[in-house]
Design a binder for this molecule. Structure first.
Ligand code: FE
Ligand code: FE
Ligand code: ZN
Length: 277
């Protein structure tokens, strides 16, 4: 089954977002569990959640993806930013434990001049405290474009974080196609080799989700500017190969392209047409 969805707004609740996903022929979606700028999250409504669970049971929505707020930086130099980040992360995990089958994607962080090694140390220290062996949510490290001092630009950096985490069964990776291409992995001309490298460095068993985006800038640009499917430097042929690749085709795909809901509907239709059943 092709699992494809988009980033949608959760502002009207889980029942509404579930119905909206179905209305655009999506069978998953990504959402912000709180404002991407942080702050207090809205109270969860158990009735709304049970209505959403009913929608899941009557559709082929099997998994959903939460995206952590952008303000989270577990690698910050500032104790205050780090402890705020930790609290937001912890609170998100607590809330996600009340939702059906879900993943939690976050940006590993920016080392802000301390060096990647120090950043990796700080991130894994926090993850060791945040991960509980009984948690249901799988936490995903997102592959990053390498803007500024972002950690997670290389598979090696991501693997260094994972290696330092003791309870790692609930830890995975979300591959963002715009980001990895910007980071210098040529998924346009050399997808097989990039995935072989991912497999030998991290292990494809860690790969749990794909952010499916085209990129405005090219290979190695480190810009992180998403483009609509087929209109960027990756192009439609590369994206067709990505969604059909034997190592990727059974993963959930999430669009984060510059679109409104109607635009996502069209992209999903296009991609469903290109997916080889
Ligand atoms: Fe992201
Ligand atoms: Fe992304
Ligand atoms: Zn991005």
């Amino acid at each position: 089954m092709f699992t494809i969805g988009a980033h949608l707004s959760i502002n009207k609740g889980f029942e509404k977002i579930g119905l909206e996903a179905l209305s655009i022929d999506a069978n998953t979606f990504q959402f912000f569990p709180r404002s991407p700028r942080g702050g207090k999250a809205k109270e969860l409504d158990p009735e709304d959640i049970s209505k959403f669970e009913e929608i899941m049971q009557n559709s082929n929505i099997e998994i959903i993806l939460a995206h952590a707020p952008y303000v989270i930086n577990l690698a910050s130099k500032s104790d205050k930013t780090r402890s705020n980040s930790y609290e937001l992360f912890e609170d998100d995990l607590k809330r996600l434990s009340q939702l059906p089958n879900n993943l939690y994607n976050f940006h590993p962080g920016s080392h802000v001049g301390q060096g990647a090694e120090k950043g990796i140390e700080l991130i894994s220290t926090s993850l060791n405290k945040l991960i509980d062996e009984n948690q249901k949510t799988t936490i995903l490290l997102e592959t990053m474009a390498g803007k500024g001092t972002e950690i997670g630009r290389t598979f090696d950096e991501l693997n260094s974080i994972i290696e330092k985490v003791e309870i790692d069964e609930k830890l995975g990776v979300c591959l963002d196609t715009c980001h990895v291409y910007d980071a210098g992995y040529d998924i346009k001309n050399d997808l097989d080799n990039v995935l072989d490298e991912f497999n030998s460095v991290i292990g494809l068993n860690r790969l749990k989700a794909i952010h499916l985006n085209d990129s405005i800038y090219g290979l190695n640009s480190h810009k992180d500017r998403h483009e609509k499917i087929g209109l960027g430097k990756l192009g439609l042929d590369a994206i067709t190969n990505i969604i059909n690749h034997k190592s990727l085709r059974n993963l959930p795909f999430f669009l984060e392209t510059p679109n409104d809901v109607e635009g996502y509907k069209e992209e999903i239709k296009l991609l469903r047409g290109l997916y080889k059943e």
